[in-house]
Structures are given as C-alpha cells and as structure tokens.
Ligand binder design. Structure first.
Ligand code: FGO
Length: 441
C-alpha cells in the first residue's frame, strides 16, 4: 500500500506543497474529500494549531493520501493544543470512541496505558531502526514500544541578531566572542549574564525574555546546571539543591541583575511589540513563529554551556505517534503505513526543515533535503548540535499534572516573588508526593 517515494517525488509534491503553503483549509478540504471516497479511513488527532506546523502536517498527509488513493486515507483532526488533545483523548477513551491514531507526550501515553487503550507498536511492524535510541527509550515501557517519536523539539537560544550587531563594540569590550557569522552570541552562562547586563545598560531594558509558565525555560537552566528530577534512590524530586539554585537564577536575573523580563501572557513570539527583545530559550518548533512575527533578524544557537566547550543542556519536547486499540486489521495497516511514511528519513527531513522539529535520526539529518537546508540556513545546525545535550522530562502518567499545576505553578509563584524558590519547591515536592501516593487527584 505504502509506495516508497523518491526524493524527486517529495520535492515536487510534498515539499512544493509545504513551502508554497497549500493553504491550511485547502489541504484539509482535499484530505476530507479523498477520505470521503476511501474504502478505509482512519482519524489522526493532532495538537498543532497553526504556524507552519499544521499546514506541513496536512500537506504531508495529503501526499500520503494521494499515493494511496482508492485504498486508504488518513484524516487529520486538530483537537486544539496538546492539553486540549489529551483531554479529548481521555473523554473519547471513557466514551469508547477513540480515533485510530493520536499524538501524545510520553506521559500522556503512560496515562492512556493505564486505561489499556494503547496498541503495541512493535507488533504492528513499525520501522524504528533509523530513529535515535533515546527517542525510542522515551516511548518504551517494559520493553514494549507504545509510541513512535514524530515531532521532537529541543530548546535553543534564540537571539536578536540586529541588537547584538548594534552593540557589537560594547559586547566586544565585555569579552563576548564572535561566532562564525561575526555576531557576539554568548556561549556560556557567564557570557549570557554579561551580555544581558551590557544590553540592559545600553537599552535600559531587560532583554532576556522568558515565560515563567513555560516550565521548559526553567528546565533549560536546571538541566544545564546538572539537575536531575530523580534522586539517588530513584524518587521524583523537584526541591533538590540544583532545583532551588536554577529557580534562584531566574529570580536573580529578573530582580537583581534585571536582565530578564518575565512574559506572563502568550508566547514570546507573540510579544515582540512589548519592548526590546534580546534573547530567549525556546522550542525549536517555534522557529517559524519567531521568523514570521519578528521585525528583526532572528538567530538561533545552542544553549549557553558551563564553559567546557559543550552547549548547555536543554529540554526535549514535542510528541509521539500512537495507535489505539480497537482498530480493525485494515485500519491498523493504514496506521502502520502512515507512521512509516511520516517518520521515514526523507519525509522526516522535509518535516524537520519546514517546522524546526529535530531530525529523528542520522538518516534524516544526513538526507540531502536536510543538508541542503543547513547549507542555506547554517543557524539550523544548532538543532543537531543541541540534540546530544538535551534531556527528557519524566515519562510518568502524573507528569502532565505535575509540570503544569504543581512544579509549573511553583516556578511562577517564585518568579513573581510570591514565595521564595526554596519554599515554592518544598511545597511542590509535598504536593507531588501526595499525588503519587494517591492522596490527592
Ligand atoms: C510545548 C508543552 C506539554 C507537555 C510540554 C506535557 C502537555 C509545553 C510547551 C507547554 O512541540 P513543541 O516543542 O512546541 C509547540 C508547537 C506546537 O504547538 O509550536 C510551539 N508554538 C506554538 C505557537 C506559538 O506561537 N509559538 C510556538 O513556539 C509550541 O510550543 O512543544 C512545546 C509550550 C506549552 O504548550 O505552553 O509543549 N508541553 N510537555 N503539554 N499537554 N503535556 O507533558
């Protein structure tokens, strides 16, 4: 059913569709029309709301559907953002009307596994040899594969190239080295703080922007400082010394050195009109959003490191593809072919180039589609460069609640100075222990 597609086919059909942007509604309409007359149709519930991500997914799905016209069809169904999507999946699970496929975070899959509704993908015939081991480990429970990594992002250092060039002399005096492109982008945490202070003196504003409510920003510093969410006995721990130090760093940058500006509403890439933006650490999947929204030249680099020559650590986000139980063998075969199509190195390379998501393995990273794009846009090299240094969040079923309502809330309260970092994280620790012990829901 799934025909191996050549690069030529891809670049002519899918890539053209992606880059010229077959309008979102148009692609979805064409998918719906093809699926209406297909003998076998499956639904794929996703959490992409727009930008380049949703049209790219729809254009690639349209390509798959055209190749399988007359035999099989995948209908993409947007369910809002990732949290809306997981809420919709849980409701459908309870009501007994799950789709055949969905996207999900590792912790979402763990939650669905408790309901016993996730298909063993190893048994389904999914090709995973070309996917990095750490991505596969994140979706493997007791040796069984329950998800296929699809849209995996890494956090990167975003910067305002125009601003750094404007204050080049001052940054040079402060000892910030030039990168290959002649721009003084900080490569260590120390340089990052120094550059922030230089820019505050020159502009009168905090230029490092961060979203306290986006836990990943906190995790970038936490992981870069060597933090680990598990203690030596394997217990989930959010109030470690490193945890407190990382949160203190964000508080100090906001109030003491005043280099950081908390953005409390909306994505950073929606907030550029608020003042002078210099830096942020944000998902690689935000790349096209940044480029489209900024009135300045956007650059990306790996996270600032400790000075040992390596980038800092950052966090993996983005989701995996999963198949729910209850599908007919024919539907399962379509799901298998679609997953093998979407994650195949060449399609994955197209997807990664169009969206900023990471290549899933060396075969995609080395594919001419990806390599040609890197040659045109060397900034993108920071994505593969960051990959070996990124870390996963815990893949526990309770993690979504912990990351938003418990730890996420603690970070926000400390950054808004409603409580100290130590107190905020101690409270979060007590709350998560109660949750894990089943005392709270
Ligand atoms: C987002 C969320 C989770 C979990 C992390 C979890 C649930 C985080 C973070 C909360 O695919 P990623 O890298 O990037 C997202 C992609 C698709 O929406 O585009 C990014 N985006 C969207 C609009 C925009 O204006 N700018 C932009 O960058 C978007 O962030 O995933 C990172 C951001 C968050 O959604 O606020 O994943 N996240 N772990 N969500 N439900 N559960 O365990």
């Amino acid at each position: 059913m799934f025909k191996r597609i050549t690069t030529a086919t891809l670049s002519l059909a899918a890539l053209a569709g992606v880059s010229t942007g077959l309008a979102q509604q148009e692609a979805q309409d064409q998918i719906d029309a093809l699926c209406a007359s297909s003998p076998v149709t499956i639904e794929f519930w996703h959490g992409f709301t727009g930008g380049s991500l949703r049209p790219t997914l729809e254009n690639l799905t349209l390509e798959f559907n055209r190749q399988n016209e007359g035999s099989a069809c995948v209908r993409t169904v947007g369910q809002g953002n990732y949290t809306d999507l997981s809420t919709a999946v849980l409701a459908a699970s309870a009501a007994g009307n799950l789709p055949v496929m969905a996207m999900g975070y590792e912790n979402n899959i763990a939650t669905y596994l408790r309901a016993g509704v996730v298909e063993d993908l190893g048994a389904l015939g999914i090709e995973t040899d070309h996917i990095y081991d750490n991505f596969i480990e994140g979706v493997t429970w007791d040796g069984v594969l329950y998800g296929v990594p699809f849209n995996k992002s890494v956090h990167l250092l975003y910067y305002n190239r125009d601003l750094l060039l404007e204050y080049d002399a001052e940054l040079a005096t402060a000892g910030i080295p030039q990168n290959e492109d002649g721009v003084r982008v900080p490569t260590t945490v120390e340089e990052f703080n120094t550059a922030g202070e230089v820019l505050r003196l020159m502009t009168g504003e905090p230029t490092y922007w961060f979203m306290p409510s986006d836990l990943a920003t906190y995790e970038d510093w936490f992981f870069s400082m060597g933090g680990d969410f598990y203690d030596e006995e394997g217990n989930l721990t959010v109030n470690s010394e490193t945890g407190v130090a990382a949160l203190q760093l964000l508080v100090d940058m906001s109030y003491e050195t005043q280099i950081a500006r908390p953005i409390t509403d909306g994505y950073i890439n929606e907030s550029f009109a608020l003042g002078t933006y210099g830096f942020s650490t944000d998902t690689s999947a935000g790349y096209t959003y940044y480029i489209n929204n900024a009135t300045f030249d956007v650059g990306v680099a790996p996270m600032p490191g400790s000075g040992d020559g390596n980038p800092g650590a950052s966090v993996f986000q983005g989701t995996n593809l999963l198949v729910f139980t209850g599908a007919t063998p024919e539907q399962q075969a379509v799901a298998r072919d679609y997953i093998n199509f979407l994650t195949s190195p060449e399609v994955n390379a197209v997807f990664a180039v169009a969206t900023g998501y990471a290549p899933l393995g060396d075969a995609a990273a080395e594919h001419p589609v990806y390599q040609d794009y890197l040659a045109e846009n060397p900034d993108f090299q920071s994505i593969p460069d960051q990959l070996p240094f990124a870390q996963f969040e815990p893949n526990l079923a309770e993690w979504q609640q912990i990351r938003f309502d418990i730890l996420g809330n603690a970070v926000v309260r400390a950054v808004l100075q409603e409580t100290t970092p130590q107190q905020a994280l101690d409270e979060a620790q007590a709350q998560l222990e109660a949750l894990l012990a089943g005392e709270t829901r």
